[in-house]
Ligand binder design. Structure first.
Ligand code: AMP
Ligand code: MG
Length: 416
């Protein structure tokens, strides 16, 4: 992701620069503690070890078909009839294959020594219960899965820092691992500021709105694999805000807040942060988003918890989370290796009046290989975030015409 070289939004910090500052801070605070967890419970966790295989996988040559194992030399032409000398189901180890005979064999069963091909049962015809006619001339090694063809003993199958997907859980299990060593989850304290906020279930006072950010951000943090310390809504008073920051800082890696970081706002987050730690207020050249507060809060023991204060507008905080907080959380887990996927796709819409800031439009894959635009791109319209499959990353001042190729960021990849 790089900004246009003409710096179209003077005085603002580019998103790339904001991100590199966040990642640099995150790299100083990489989580070191690790736990052994059951492989079955490890979904979404980050490996704190290299998983090596102690064995070849598969552990022995085995059949990939139901059929007959035989020696090539015994089938010089189609139509040969061979006596069936043994029956080898999966999980049973047969004896050496007697020359001039075939072994009835099933998928996954170990190839008997002496056999050098399997003929699938569809190409054989039993002549009587004790013999079979082979209606094809087999090729050497056919339908045999070789010992170690997936994994050789000693190979690293999953590297430190890998997120355990369902596939990775299966791969760890395939080399016999019942437990894996994983990083402890990032711990994140979350609170919302704003005296207009009410909780769902409460009646809405005049001038009030429901605190949707608490729910969106809790879900995002859970999707990022975090343990959330939820402090709810903090009243708009200096002492209460200071107290919330002190409570939040204990035992967490990061404090995340929404609201109260806009320029010129009468709020208590900024003075409270300055008293309880340190704070930089950034104006980031991105839309939605822009105000972003980054700092740290002192803990009782003198150490610090990182702090990110996001804008209150629901779409702004959602997009800001995906583009800045999610990468910071990856950095805290030592996961800097691969940036989220981005795709060049066709815009099936016009965007004639681009902003001076780099913009992230809510779009949807339309089934014709292109992208549709949500009609209302306002930063308060949370509907757009549920409708969308992803964001289009629009460089500052660059209009989009129908048919243009644009940079599409799938929401699920941004969260990965
Ligand atoms: P702020 O960043 O505090 O200036 O808030 C910007 C806008 O976002 C205002 O319209 C707020 O009412 C709204 N807002 C702030 N916090 C939340 C929240 N937790 N949930 C939903 N909307 C919010
Ligand atoms: Mg506010």
């Amino acid at each position: 992701m790089s900004d246009s070289p003409s710096a179209p939004a003077p005085g603002l910090l580019s998103l790339d620069e904001a991100l590199s500052r966040l990642l640099a801070a995150g790299a100083q605070c990489v989580i070191q503690q690790a736990d052994d967890v059951a492989t079955l419970q490890a979904l979404g966790r980050v490996l704190a070890e290299d998983v090596r295989s102690g064995l070849d996988v598969p552990p022995a040559d085995n059949s990939s078909m139901d059929g007959y194992a035989l020696r090539l030399a015994d089938v010089p032409a189609a139509g040969v009839v061979l006596p069936v000398s043994q029956r080898i189901p999966a999980g049973v180890v047969g004896g050496a294959l007697a020359a001039g005979t075939a072994a009835r064999i099933f998928t996954g069963a170990q190839i008997p020594s002496g056999a050098d091909a399997v003929v699938m049962q569809e190409q054989c015809a039993p002549v009587d219960p004790q013999s079979v006619r082979v209606d094809t001339v087999p090729a050497a090694g056919q339908w045999i899965r070789r010992r170690g063809e997936d994994i050789a003993a000693g190979a690293t199958v999953l590297a430190h820092g890998t997120v355990l997907t369902p596939q990775a859980m299966g791969l760890a299990a395939s080399v016999g691992r019942a437990t894996v060593r994983v990083l402890r989850r990032p711990r994140v304290a979350l609170f919302s500021t704003g005296d207009e906020l009410a909780m769902p279930g409460e009646p809405l006072k005049p001038g009030g709105i429901y605190n949707s950010n608490r729910f969106t951000l809790t879900g995002l943090l859970q999707a990022s694999g975090c343990d959330v310390k939820d402090l709810g809504i903090v009243p708009d008073r200096l002492e209460a805000t200071r107290q919330a920051l002190r409570v939040a800082a204990e035992g967490v890696d990061l404090i995340l807040t929404s609201g109260g970081v806009s320029v010129g706002e009468e709020d208590h987050l900024k003075p409270a942060m300055r008293l309880e730690g340190r704070l930089d207020l950034w104006q980031v050249a991105m839309k939605p988003g822009k105000p972003l507060a980054f700092g740290a809060v002192r803990r009782e023991d003198g150490s610090e918890a990182l702090f990110v204060g996001m804008p209150g507008n629901p779409v702004s905080s959602f997009v800001t989370y995906l583009l800045t907080v999610a990468p910071l959380l990856r950095a805290l887990q030592g996961r800097t290796a691969r940036p989220p996927a981005a795709y060049a796709l066709r815009a099936d819409f016009d965007w004639p009046r681009p902003d001076r800031r780099r913009e992230f439009l809510r779009v949807r894959l339309n089934g014709q290989g292109g992208l549709d635009l949500f009609p209302n791109q306002s930063s308060g319209v949370l509907t757009s975030t549920v409708w969308a499959d992803g964001l289009v990353d629009v460089p500052a001042l660059q209009p989009i015409a129908r048919g243009d190729s644009v940079r599409f960021l799938p929401l699920n990849a941004l969260l990965g």
